[in-house]
Design a protein around this ligand. Structure first.
Ligand code: FAD
Ligand code: FES
Length: 242
């Protein structure tokens, strides 16, 4: 979906909260990664219809107005010079990596799709000239298997991993990166109500100590995906207790 919007500067991995109408259905805005931007013109979102809000978005006619809050959240930091960049994406998670890919074309995308049809979602990044390795669960396109199988083969000592996709995939990518002592940044997804750190609805458990946190569980502290993230160092996340 293209949205005309005179937006401020946008960093790779940031997101917007979108409400497809001015009515109370849906009541809350929905979060979407920013897929592409065009200065002075607006932005594009790449989204999958999963429920009420996205179904209404899909039914909008050209020219209708939507309510947009953003850009929100932190972003994927640029890699240090000399690092071999591996992007790992699963399903619609690829949307949040597109702007990063535009700025780091000399990198590799390992993209996991369920089927050949879903594999097409990596097409725009491939067209940028980014080396793209597709995996599908059913073998209908690319390598049959999971992104993690390919990641293990591609990872080198000077790699850095940028990942976005389902939680189970991110957990596995984090484990593989940790075992290889490779830095891994993950963009997390949580259902969000406010998008700005006010409702505490998108909390994740991390292993970082919070300010003033001195009870028995002091090593673990909650962070808000919308305001502290969505991008986190994978080693900071308490993957076993999400
Ligand atoms: C930072 C961020 C970036 C995102 N970027 C994109 C994107 O670029 N493209 C895209 O298609 N989607 C993206 N999502 C997911 C998107 O926000 C949800 O799919 C959307 O909110 C669903 O709204 P809905 O009203 O259609 O579904 P609902 O009616 O609210 O829910 C339908 C079903 O989807 C589940 N669901 C809702 N939100 C999520 C979620 N965040 N994660 C997992 N399951 C969920 C619900 O539990 C329910 O089972 C992103 C989420 C976050 C947090
Ligand atoms: S969505 Fe409200 S705190 Fe994150």
């Amino acid at each position: 979906m293209g949205i005309e919007w005179d937006h401020p500067a946008i960093e790779p991995g940031q997101f917007v909260m979108v409400k497809p109408n001015s009515a109370y259905d849906p009541l809350l805005r929905r979060p979407f990664g920013i897929y592409s931007v065009s200065k002075g013109k607006g932005m594009e979102l790449l989204y999958k219809v999963v429920g009420r809000g996205t179904a209404i978005m899909a039914g909008l006619a050209p020219g209708e107005k939507v309510d947009v809050l953003g850009p929100l959240g932190n972003f994927f930091p640029a890699p240090r010079r000399g690092k071999e960049v591996l992007m790992v994406a699963g399903g619609i998670g690829v949307a949040s990596l597109k702007i990063f890919a535009e700025r780091h074309k000399n990198s590799t995308l390992i993209y996991g799709a369920r089927t050949k049809v879903e594999a097409r979602l990596a097409g725009d990044i491939k067209k940028l000239g980014v080396r793209t390795i597709i995996t599908t669960e059913d073998g209908s396109a690319g390598v049959k298997g999971l992104v993690t199988d390919v990641l293990k083969k591609e990872m080198a000592r000077d790699s850095i991993v940028y990942a976005c996709g389902p939680m189970a995939m991110l957990k596995a990518v984090s484990k593989i990166s940790g075992e290889a002592d490779v830095k891994c940044l993950v963009s997390l997804e949580r259902s969000m109500a406010c998008g700005v750190g006010a409702c505490l609805g998108c909390a994740v458990k991390t292993l970082e100590r919070g300010m003033g946190c001195n009870h028995n569980d002091a090593a673990k502290t909650l962070k808000m995906v919308c305001a502290d993230g969505p991008v986190f160092d994978a080693t900071a996340i308490d993957w076993e207790n999400l």
